[in-house]
Design a protein around this ligand. Sequence first.
Ligand SMILES: CC(=O)SCCNC(=O)CCNC(=O)[C@H](O)C(C)(C)COP(=O)(O)OP(=O)(O)OC[C@H]1O[C@@H](n2cnc3c(N)ncnc32)[C@H](O)[C@@H]1OP(=O)(O)O
Ligand SMILES: O=C([O-])CC(=O)C(=O)O
Length: 464
Amino acid sequence: MNNQQMMELTTVEKSEFEQLVSECTRSGSIDSNLYIEYDVKRGLRDSNGNGVLTGLTEISDVCGCHSVNGRKIPVDGELYFQGYNVEDIIKGSSRDRFRFEEVTYLLLFGSLPDDKQFESFLRILTDLQELSGAFIRDVIMKATSANLMNSLMKSILSLYSYDENPDDISVPNVLRQSLQLIAKMPLLAVYAYQAYRHYKLDGTLMIKNPKKGYSTAENILYMLRDDGQFSELEAKVLDICLVLHAEHGGGNNSTFTTHVVTSSGTDTYSAISASIASLKGPKHGGANLKVQKMFADIEANCKDWEDREEVCAYLNKILDKEAFDKAGLIYGMGHAVYTNSDPREVILKRFAKRLSEEKGMQREFALYELVEKEAGELIMHKRKLFKPVCANVDFYSGFVYSMLGIPEELFTPIFAIARISGWCAHRLEELVNAGKIIRPAYKYVGHHRPYCTMQDRNEGKQPR
Ligand SMILES: CC(=O)SCCNC(=O)CCNC(=O)[C@H](O)C(C)(C)COP(=O)(O)OP(=O)(O)OC[C@H]1O[C@@H](n2cnc3c(N)ncnc32)[C@H](O)[C@@H]1OP(=O)(O)O
Ligand SMILES: O=C([O-])CC(=O)C(=O)O
């Protein structure tokens, strides 16, 4: 049996399987009125779409509305890491090349590092930025997958076997593991890409050790590029992208996953790979890849990229599930918390504009801007929403990465390289506060029935 056959349903007739699919769908479907009857907070949201309060955090604050006399008023979005506005962090940092490392320190330890603290922190990270040749050969090079998020999960789960003390969830041990993972993530992601490029795209296999003294952003570009060269601007833009993606409160899907999985008392490798699994989803971090593919589709299907009507008609087709991936979503648009704007998108857009001018991609930038301008209104209209729909962090990030020559397979892994700092900070916060196991309720809405004998089943008498 070959690898492909191994994953196929070779012994089932098509009609037999279709029958199973239809039974499975029928059995899994629940009357949507019951959600209203039992006041189920679907997606853990109340009837106004606000998230149900499930935890407290000091790590970051995501602000999309102001409350005036009990009413929520949409405002421009703001994001705070440990109380500092992320815009101020980006503007204020004197550590031009190492903003991401500074933010990682801030998220883990709650305050901005002075020079001595930062030097020691960088030394620790640099020392941990290593993978053994055997690990690269036995884990990363094997069973490469087209989606590198799965490779990342595989590598992180495998690191469990290389850790002498993997299951100890005391704070010192989890902090040690967190620093290990934060330092190793860029290597795991870039090497996974190199393996994929070699085995699946027939490219040269190139595994470079990270360079001591380089920042995370610089090392990503260095390890990725054949000649290891990059400009100051390229490294700066990537460093800022990492800062913008590093953390986003406790409620986003992947960080909430960190809390849920951590609350069961499991190990760091399992918790972080679960968070990566969540981030991969196209409604979350995987949206940056979808945006890239969606724009390729819009560009291929709209003759005149400046024609507002033609572009809007195509966006409406996407919303009507008639075009692109037929999911009905305009990727990169919408947010659970932000209303008027996502502050990260505002910053990324500035870089996208600047880079597009440098790279002669103004036409593409203009199309992004047109979609950004129109899509919010179209979504509000189609979905009958009153809350403004803005572009989110994933809207321009892939475009920026592509202008930095980063292959699209690495778009979501770069998000993970950044967000692992936030996940680790939240895992530690969950452990320090010795939280209860997270265990919400599900109301049973099926029917209890007497056990059905084989004879009755064979005679089609099983009650439904
Ligand atoms: C890093 C990040 O995770 S940022 C988000 C990245 N994800 C994307 O860009 C994918 C596209 N966007 C979306 O799917 C959504 O906007 C989400 C998942 C980000 C937020 O979803 P929600 O919190 O449910 O948004 P909200 O409550 O405002 O949505 C209301 C309705 O508008 C729809 N809607 C929201 N955004 C979009 C969109 N971009 N395209 C089409 N419909 C949308 C929702 O599906 C929902 O419809 P429904 O009530 O019929 O189910
Ligand atoms: O907060 C959210 O729901 C999603 C998001 O923007 C993020 O995780 O960065």
